[in-house]
Design a protein around this ligand. Structure first.
Ligand SMILES: [Zn+2]
Length: 230
């Protein structure tokens, strides 16, 4: 059988694999969420109107009766949810503003915020990814509020995602904000596209990690694991 190699927009083949080879496997191509250059030409209001029309078409094609009382408002609800909630992290205007504080007492100490619950969506199937993020950094004398760590996680989760990219994007943002390489991100998540469909594996979870700078040592990783498991 002939195998076609599909070139991506960057001109690279998908590591020599065809779309058929890849099938249901999730592929991670870049740190940045792939966005069109004109992604924000439309206002949020226009986006909601368009999505509502298009979603009612999907429902119509599926054979649903859109005049039914229960279904009538669904296209509008989905459009509002996409733009204002679950995909609001696509828009840089929603990025959390982070203030840094001097705290000399925290110098050289590991700060850990564990068990940050997040809800994201798989970009290959548009069904939920539900998980916990643990984030840590070693203070260079600057600290940020713990709620900001949470907000950074939520911002990047509110996009169509793959778990590897979510991990990297959170780590990258923390490095930039804190001005240090010494950050760690661990994500433990369940993908509904794996548990509720496809291979229907209901028990597996996926763990991804990022260890930057000083976290690249067995001692630091151990210390971090002890905090997370305590
Ligand atoms: Zn998926």
């Amino acid at each position: 059988m002939e195998t076609k190699t599909i070139p991506t927009k960057n001109g690279h083949a998908l590591n020599g694999f065809s779309i058929d080879d890849i099938g249901d496997d999730h592929l991670f191509t870049s740190l940045d969420t792939p966005m069109k250059p004109n992604a924000f030409d439309m206002s949020d209001k226009e986006k909601k109107e368009r999505i509502s029309i298009l979603f009612s078409e999907i429902m119509d094609v599926l054979g649903l009766d859109l005049t039914d009382d229960s279904l009538q408002g669904t296209p509008d609800r989905v459009a509002k949810m996409y733009v204002e909630e679950i995909f609001s992290g696509l828009d840089p205007k929603n990025k959390p503003k982070v203030a840094l504080f001097d705290n000399k007492y925290q110098y050289n100490q590991m700060l850990v915020e564990k068990d940050i619950t997040f809800y994201s969506n798989c970009e290959h199937h548009f069904v939920p990814i539900i998980g916990k993020a643990h984030v840590a950094y070693i203070s260079s004398g600057k600290v940020i509020g713990l709620s900001k760590l949470n907000r950074i996680v939520q911002y990047y989760a509110k996009r169509p995602q793959v778990q590897e990219r979510l991990t990297q994007q959170i780590a990258h943002e923390l490095k930039t904000v804190l001005g240090t390489e010494d950050v760690a991100v661990i994500i433990d998540a369940k993908h509904l596209c794996v548990s509720s469909r496809g291979v229907k594996d209901d028990t597996s979870a996926t763990v991804t990690t990022f260890y930057g700078g000083a976290f690249n040592s067995p001692e630091k990783i151990n210390e971090l694991q002890n905090y997370i498991n305590s």
